[in-house]
Design a protein around this ligand. Structure first.
Ligand code: CA
Length: 248
């Protein structure tokens, strides 16, 4: 356990598989987390209101109310970090595509170490966001300049979280926005998979890179004229991705 006076991080584990949940709780407690368990979607929302956890680990397939609906409901009133757990890797694509506002995704079976790394990564990102410089309230104008990235027909206003492609506004979920931001800031250069994962998911992301592929695919489906033949974000096989700079 922690030797500091800091309160342990409280995690709401929403999971209905009895065989799975006990071992998970014991392992997470050993890592120093304080765990509350909910075994269906309705109980998850009740526990969330009562306990105000620091992080939610949310299974997708749940009795009474799906993890998808639970995630949407929590997100409508809280920015708490949420990691969604899908039953199979094939389900991951679908769940990511629904854009329910989760911070990260893992699919069963996962390695416990990988789960803990992702939990720590989302917690750290959230705490740096909250402790951001100034964090002014209200609709103060962004300082401008550097916050707008334009390459060819793609423009990203980072402060306003707005993306415009060929004159049309495109809604991007946070992770896809961050990936695009990293690629645009390095337009014309290859950004390695590791760099993208570090920038977008945190330095200690140790899982497989399937999640990156899923997000790139989603991003292409939104900004490419022909997503099956991408011309903006090209794959550099075995290395990473490049946002193509138009020739002047
Ligand atoms: Ca389940």
């Amino acid at each position: 356990m922690s030797t500091t006076a800091a309160a342990p991080t409280r995690v709401l584990v929403v999971e209905d598989e009895e065989s799975f949940v006990d071992a998970l709780v014991v392992s997470l407690e050993r890592e120093g987390f304080a765990i509350t368990v909910a075994r269906d979607g309705v109980e998850a929302l009740e526990r969330f209101e009562q306990d105000q956890p620091d992080l939610v680990l949310l299974d997708v397939m749940l009795p009474k109310m799906s993890g998808i609906d639970v995630c949407r409901s929590i997100r409508s009133r809280s920015q708490v970090p949420i990691i969604m757990v899908t039953a199979r890797a094939t389900e991951l694509d679908t769940v990511v595509g629904l854009e329910v506002g989760a911070d990260d995704y893992v699919s069963k079976p996962y390695r416990f170490r990988e789960l803990v790394s992702r939990m720590r990564a989302v917690l750290r990102r959230r705490s740096t966001q909250t402790a951001g410089p100034g964090s002014p309230q209200g609709d103060e104008s962004p300082p401008g300049g550097d916050s707008v990235l334009t390459v060819g027909e793609v423009t990203l206003d980072v402060d306003r979280h707005e993306c415009t492609v060929r004159g049309e506004e495109v809604k991007l979920p946070l992770k896809e926005f961050e990936i695009l931001e990293t690629l645009l800031a390095n337009a014309g250069r290859v950004v390695t998979r590791d760099t993208l994962i570090d920038r977008v998911w945190g330095l200690d992301y140790v899982g497989d890179t399937k999640t990156l592929d899923v997000h790139i695919k989603r991003l292409r489906s939104r900004i490419e004229s022909d997503p099956s033949n991408p011309e903006l974000i090209t794959t550099i096989r075995g290395v990473g991705y490049r946002f193509e700079s138009p020739r002047q």
